[in-house]
Design a protein around this ligand. Structure first.
Ligand SMILES: Nc1ncnc2c1ncn2[C@@H]1O[C@H](COP(=O)(O)OP(=O)(O)OP(=O)(O)O)[C@@H](O)[C@H]1O
Length: 248
C-alpha cells in the first residue's frame, strides 16, 4: 500500500475531460515524476490530491486521508509547492514562514531554525526581512520551496519545481529533492521537463490526455530513454496540448 493511491480518477470542467480514469500509486522513498505535455492534467491531479478541488469519480488516498472528504487534514500532513504560487505580498519571507508554522502548529523556535536553514540553503538570507512583493520571481519561488518543506512532511507535491530558478539553485534544489525522498519520504514532481525527470526521479509516470500512458522505474534502467518512451506514447496532438483533429 503506497502513501499516495489513485484509482480511476476522473475530472471534467464543463465539456473538457481533464482526467480520464487516472491510476497510480507512490511508495515512501520514491521521487515520482509526473511527466506530461501542456494540458495533460498534471495540475488538476495535484489539486485533487491536495484537496483543492474534488474529483468527479475515482478513489484517492493520501497518507491515509481522503483529500475530498478531509481536505484540511490532508493539507496539514503534506507539503505543496503550487505552480505559479507566490507568498503574500504584504509579508516578509520571515513573517510568511512564521505564519505557515503557526497554521501548522509548529514550535516557533523550530520554525525560526528551519527558516534560517532554508534561507542559507537557497541563498535568500539577505531578503528575509524584505516584503515579498519586492523580491524577484525566483526569490519568491525559493520562499515557496521553504514553506513546502518547513514542517518536514512525509509527502510533498511539487508543480514544476525549477521554474524561475537560476542554474545554481536548480542544482541545489534537485540534490535536495533526491535526498529528501531517500529519507523515506515520497516526493511527487509534476513537470514537462524530460531531462530533469530522467536526472532526479526514481520512477516516472507519463500522463497524456488525463490518463497514465506509461510508467517506468529509472533505477538501473536506461533503455529506452525517457524521451523515446515519451515520443512513443504521447501523440503530436497531446504534445501540442490540442485536441486530436482530422489530418489535413
Ligand atoms: N478551471 C478550469 N476550467 C476549464 N478547463 C480547465 C480548468 N482547469 C484546467 N482545465 C483544462 O483541463 C485540462 C488539464 O489542465 P491541467 O492544468 O490539469 O493540465 P497540466 O498538465 O497541468 O498543463 P500545463 O503543463 O500546461 O500546466 C486542460 O485542457 C485545461 O484547459
Amino acid at each position: 500500500m503506497g502513501v499516495v493511491n489513485v484509482t480511476g480518477l476522473r475530472k471534467s470542467y464543463g465539456s473538457v475531460d481533464a482526467l480520464n480514469g487516472l491510476s497510480f500509486a507512490i511508495e515512501r522513498g520514491e521521487l515520482f515524476g509526473f511527466l506530461g505535455p501542456n494540458g495533460a492534467g498534471k495540475t488538476s491531479t495535484i489539486r485533487i490530491l491536495t484537496g483543492q478541488i474534488e474529483p468527479d469519480a475515482g478513489e484517492v488516498r493520501v497518507l491515509d486521508t481522503d483529500p475530498a472528504a478531509e481536505p484540511i487534514e490532508t493539507r496539514r500532513r503534506v507539503g505543496i509547492l503550487p505552480e505559479q504560487g507566490s507568498p503574500p505580498s504584504f509579508l516578509t519571507p520571515r513573517e510568511y514562514l512564521e505564519f505557515v508554522g503557526e497554521v501548522r502548529d509548529l514550535d516557533p523556535d523550530h520554525v525560526a531554525e528551519r527558516t534560517d536553514l532554508w534561507a542559507e540553503r537557497l541563498g535568500f538570507r539577505s531578503k528575509l526581512d524584505t516584503l515579498t512583493t519586492d523580491l524577484s520571481r525566483g526569490q519568491q519561488q525559493k520562499v515557496m520551496i521553504a514553506q513546502a518543506f518547513v514542517h518536514e512532511p512525509d509527502v510533498v507535491f511539487i508543480d514544476e519545481p525549477l521554474a524561475n530558478l537560476d542554474p545554481l539553485v536548480q542544482e541545489q534544489v534537485k540534490e535536495f529533492l533526491v535526498a529528501y525522498a531517500a529519507e523515506d519520504n515520497a516526493v511527487f514532481v509534476s513537470t514537462h521537463d524530460i531531462d530533469v525527470a530522467e536526472e532526479i526521479c526514481t520512477r516516472v509516470g507519463i500522463v497524456a490526455d488525463g490518463q497514465l500512458v506509461a510508467e517506468r522505474s529509472l533505477e538501473g534502467v536506461t533503455e529506452p530513454s525517457l524521451l523515446e518512451l515519451f515520443l512513443d506514447r504521447v501523440t503530436e496532438e497531446d504534445a501540442r496540448g490540442l485536441p486530436a483533429g482530422p489530418a489535413v
